[in-house]
Write a protein that binds this ligand. Structure first.
Ligand SMILES: NC(=O)C1=CN([C@@H]2O[C@H](COP(=O)(O)OP(=O)(O)OC[C@H]3O[C@@H](n4cnc5c(N)ncnc54)[C@H](OP(=O)(O)O)[C@@H]3O)[C@@H](O)[C@H]2O)C=CC1
Ligand SMILES: CC(=O)N[C@@H](CCC(=O)OP(=O)(O)O)C(=O)O
Length: 312
């Protein structure tokens, strides 16, 4: 029997991208709710309880509600929302972080899919902390450029409106309260003593993300050079397929934030010299930042090849 899969929130940005990746697969049975009942709680409850895997592509409150509707002990969730990312009963869905993360996801009934900006930050910082290169109390800073699809249907409509504010042509800094909703998972997953100073920046392009972490090498134990840090990260991710460390300094003297649009893998680019290092995670906010990562987690949970249906 094929595993039964349901996407709750299929008409949203993340849901549609998951559907795109699963629609033609013959190794699963995708069950589809009637369009006019997609927000009907009783109907959603039936679908949730009939599925082996449920993707939640919903606002946080609706994601919590969906989990509460589940009475089937065999139903397994992959939640794309922020609702459960630091919840102790949920496993964080970033398999490349460690063998323990991958093993936990494979058998988990509750997987929290990482936030997009958080994926960029954590892909750099988790291994650096684990390897002892960055102490947990180091004062980290990060800027993160994103395409507007990261804000879902509402932000897409705002950016694609013919009568939009003409200032949307320029990049805009947001998260000015310094309380961005991804900070708890960045801090928790990396085991940091304090949240990083985090500056998200929204650009006038549909999808793509470049999250840059900045380091003063002399403040790190043993004062490693940027090349040393590159070598450690390259070694850490050497066996991974969907996270790749690029040659030192990257392939060009500049980094375009939409380079990975349409792909499900993530590239890390390390630049710098003796004094300073930057590590940039380059990926698609809808790929490794959301739907691609969610499908990778599903593959792992069902025992399929992790990259089935994904674009490297
Ligand atoms: N966009 C991105 O890059 C990323 C998004 N996420 C997260 O994924 C989740 C979904 O985001 P995104 O796809 O961008 O958001 P969208 O707004 O594009 O989609 C959300 C979908 O959920 C539907 N919905 C809302 N309430 C309910 C309900 N009670 N029952 C059923 N369906 C409901 C909406 O319906 P309607 O169409 O009528 O509005 C919409 O189709 C969010 O939690 C978001 O934070 C995570 C990582 C990245
Ligand atoms: C451009 C934009 O607004 N992006 C969203 C993050 C999108 C994302 O990762 O969503 P969740 O954490 O909700 O899953 C933001 O910065 O709040």
């Amino acid at each position: 029997m094929k595993p039964v899969v349901y996407i709750d929130g299929k008409e949203g940005t993340t849901g549609l991208q998951i559907f795109e990746r699963l629609g033609s697969r013959e190794d699963i049975e995708l069950i589809l709710i009637d369009e006019d009942k997609r927000k009907d709680t009783q109907e959603r409850k039936k679908f949730i309880n009939a599925a082996d895997i449920v993707f939640l592509c919903l606002p946080d409150a609706a994601a919590r509600e969906a989990v509460a509707l589940c009475e089937n002990p065999n139903t397994r969730f992959i939640d794309a929302s922020t609702a459960h990312r630091t919840h102790p009963d949920w496993d964080y869905g970033f398999p490349e972080l460690s063998a323990a993360h991958r093993a936990a996801i494979a058998t988990s009934k509750r997987v929290a899919n990482p936030g997009c900006h958080a994926s960029g930050f954590i892909s750099s910082v988790y291994p650096l902390v684990k390897l002892g290169i960055v102490p947990p109390d180091y004062p980290l800073t990060c800027s993160s450029l994103t395409g507007y699809s990261g804000g879902g249907k509402k932000l897409i409509a705002e950016y694609e409106d013919v009568n939009r504010d003409p200032r949307h042509e320029s990049h805009r800094i947001y998260g000015l309260t310094l309380k961005h909703k991804h900070l708890p998972e960045m801090t928790h997953v990396c085991g940091l003593a304090a949240a990083p100073v985090f500056v998200p920046i929204l650009g006038d392009f549909y999808k793509g993300m470049a999250s840059t972490v900045m380091l003063h090498n002399r403040l790190l134990p043993g004062a490693p050079t940027a090349q040393d840090i590159h070598a450690k990260l390259a070694d850490y991710y050497a066996d991974q397929t969907m996270v790749n460390v690029m040659p030192f300094g990257g392939e060009e003297p500049v980094i375009y934030s939409d380079t990975m649009a349409g792909r499900d893998s993530l590239e890390l680019i390390v630049c710098g010299h003796e004094e300073q290092t930057i590590v940039t995670a380059l990926f698609d906010n809808l790929g490794k930042g959301a739907s691609g990562a969610a499908v990778q987690n599903m593959n792992l949970m069902l025992g399929f090849d992790e990259t089935t249906g994904l674009t490297k």
